[in-house]
Design a protein around this ligand. Structure first.
Ligand SMILES: Cc1cc2nc3c(=O)[nH]c(=O)nc-3n(C[C@H](O)[C@H](O)[C@H](O)COP(=O)(O)OP(=O)(O)OC[C@H]3O[C@@H](n4cnc5c(N)ncnc54)[C@H](O)[C@@H]3O)c2cc1C
Length: 311
């Protein structure tokens, strides 16, 4: 069967793309290997009607809603290769099957690279988070840490200061701020600690204190980490889309990449805040964009590859 669209990645971006495609009667398969980056957390916030929902429950509801649409199916498989032939794309899954499709939406998300600090992964998603808009409310008015080993430290500290007056920036031995920036933060009551961090101490992911190289221990109830990001997708492809300077897939406002027939949405673009509702919204836009191209191709009378080349 020739698909109208293959959606790669079944987080909020891919789920919403598949929903809008299904409602548009487009033959669609959503491929997902269920390894989202928010699997480390129990609650997602800030999505109206879903504030505080377990991310896996969010996904379950999304998949249930898709099951109402006969043109959409879900393959719980990792896509390991996408090849563009003359007109169509071949999407190959890990179990060796190949699916032909007219369009591809990439919604594979990103992964964070946490700073190299002992035990940090035990606390990530439980009391240390990446985004104050997602988890700041739950940590409000508590003694917090910003853990940042590069220039993102000052921006993150300013942001987090909205949720607490007791904030320390830990740089793990790095110089991350100019003297002027340090003076500014100090004037606002934010301390910077530039000692190496030896250990994070707490129980079941709940941070209690941070131990430093000189053996001092500083009480902290949680905080925020400024991470590096990289693409989550590990599939091979010859799609040749452009990458932005943060390593995300570059698109226009219609979620189109430079490669005709290939769209990208959600975290995989690594552009702007990383939020469920924004990913879902971009998924919707990608689907509308795919649909618009398919309609145009139907009525233009041109073979699809010529339409695509003429964009
Ligand atoms: C600790 C933490 C807490 C967060 N809290 C919140 C919050 O409270 N509120 C909020 O709005 N946002 C929160 N976020 C951010 C939110 O999780 C992301 O913005 C959102 O999940 C992005 O959606 P997405 O669909 O783009 O990517 P993802 O949700 O990451 O989904 C991508 C999917 O693609 C799949 N995939 C990847 N490669 C392949 C492949 N080759 N083949 C098949 N499938 C593939 C992955 O397994 C995954 O299921 C949090 C993130 C983290 C890490």
């Amino acid at each position: 069967m020739l698909l109208d669209c293959a959606v790669i990645g079944g987080g909020p971006a891919g789920l919403n793309a598949a929903l809008v495609l299904g409602r548009s009667r487009r033959k669609t398969i959503l491929f997902d290997d269920n390894k989202p980056r928010n699997a480390v957390t129990q609650e997602s916030h800030g999505f109206i009607t879903r504030d505080g929902i377990d991310p896996q429950e969010f996904k379950r509801i999304g998949q249930e809603e898709l099951s109402r649409y006969p043109d959409v199916s879900i393959e719980k498989q990792r896509v390991h290769r996408i090849i563009k032939d003359h007109t169509y794309f071949s999407v190959e899954t890990e179990d060796g099957r190949v699916f032909k499709t007219k369009k591809v939406i990439i919604a594979t998300g990103f992964k964070e690279i946490l700073p190299d600090i002992p035990q940090i992964k035990e606390f990530y998603g439980k009391s240390l988070f990446g985004c104050p808009f997602c988890d700041g409310w739950e940590l409000r008015d508590r003694p917090l840490a910003v853990i940042a080993v590069d220039q993102k430290a000052v921006h993150m500290a300013k942001l987090v200061s909205n949720w607490t007056d007791d904030l320390i920036v830990f740089t793990n031995g790095n110089q991350v701020a100019s003297p002027e920036e340090k003076a500014l933060l100090t004037r606002k009551g934010i301390k910077i600690n530039e000692k190496k961090m030896i250990s994070l101490i707490g129980e079941e992911g709940r941070l209690r204190k941070i131990q430093l190289e000189d053996q001092t221990e500083i009480l902290r109830a949680g905080g925020f980490i400024a991470s590096e990001w990289k693409q989550a997708a590990t599939f091979e492809s010859d799609l040749g889309y452009e990458i932005n300077d943060q390593g995300g897939i570059k698109t226009d406002s219609m979620q189109r990449t430079k490669t005709p027939g290939v769209f990208a949405c959600g975290d995989t673009r690594i552009a702007g805040p990383s939020q469920l509702i924004m990913a879902a919204s971009e998924g919707s836009m990608a689907a509308i964009s795919v649909n618009a191209e398919l309609v145009e191709e139907k009525f233009s009378g041109q073979p699809e590859h010529q339409v695509e080349k003429g964009r």
